[in-house]
Write a protein that binds this ligand. Structure first.
Ligand SMILES: Nc1ncnc2c1ncn2[C@@H]1O[C@H](COP(=O)(O)OP(=O)(O)OP(=O)(O)O)[C@@H](O)[C@H]1O
Length: 236
């Protein structure tokens, strides 16, 4: 039996590019199955670029990275949907379809990721909505929900395929502090149930309140609170 902890993400000497521009160099980190990790750094420092590389929206041109069993330096276009099926992605550019109900939004992702059985789809739709505290929202249109509720639907959608890890880019941005707190607590519950979380955030309050591990993009490097002293009090 293997008693070693299970790495969900392992990046070795990774280089993050936007086109020809090197954004982060010599990136090294591992995230284990049960971890909750904040990703911080000033605006433009490379947080989104790193997350996009992890879900294969940007190519890993140099170095090695493994995520949920896929090697990013080798991944082929046709394999990307299979990678994304194993990830939960909560991103600002992955918003809900405004002209479809909550249920239709969730079914859309299910169909795109290979679900076929209508009654299983219906059960899973109800299950993920209950998990995010929106058991009665399935027939609503996104505009009939508050910002925090819409974000919960986005999280429900990310949970559909039981991902091993959630990648979240500013999931509490644009929300009132109380609502942001509720969304954050939801992420904590999801984490306690065994899903790793990598969350990019500018929210100083969260960082002060919850002493999770921190990865910080700074001057083209990725610092890790496991091995470096990262100040979260300075502006970032
Ligand atoms: N689509 C793109 N094409 C070219 N360059 C880009 C693109 N998106 C981002 N960049 C550049 O890559 C660098 C890192 O941006 P990125 O969005 O990863 O930063 P970030 O830390 O997520 O910022 P923020 O906190 O504002 O979201 C910036 O210099 C940015 O201008």
């Amino acid at each position: 039996m293997d008693f070693e902890s299970q790495a969900i993400i392992k990046v070795e000497n990774g280089n993050i590019f936007q086109g020809m521009d090197a954004i982060l160099q010599d990136v090294n980190f591992t995230i284990e199955q049960d971890e909750f990790v904040f990703l911080i750094g000033r605006t433009g420092s490379g947080k989104s670029s790193l997350l996009k590389t992890l879900y294969a929206d940007l190519p890993l041109k140099m170095g090695k990275a493994e995520i949920v069993g896929f090697s990013l330096e080798k991944i082929k276009n046709k394999e990307v949907p299979f990678l994304r099926r194993k990830l939960g992605i909560v991103f600002q550019d992955f918003q809900l379809f405004p002209d479809r109900t909550v249920a239709e939004n969730l079914f859309f992702v299910m169909k795109a990721t290979g679900w076929k059985d209508k009654s299983k789809m219906n059960n899973r739709m109800i299950e993920v909505l209950l998990k995010v505290g929106l058991g009665d929202a399935s027939t609503k249109m996104p505009h009939q929900l508050s910002g925090g509720e819409q974000q919960r639907v986005v999280i429900a959608r990310a949970l559909i395929n039981n991902p091993s890890i959630l990648l979240a880019d500013e999931p509490t941005g644009n929300l009132d502090p109380d609502v942001a707190d509720g969304i954050f607590r939801l992420f904590q519950e999801i984490n306690k149930e065994g899903t790793a979380i990598l969350m990019a955030t500018h929210n100083h309050d969260l960082l002060r309140k919850y002493p999770y591990r921190v990865l910080k993009c700074e001057k083209g490097k990725l610092l890790d609170s496991k091995t470096a002293d990262i100040s979260i009090n300075t502006s970032f």
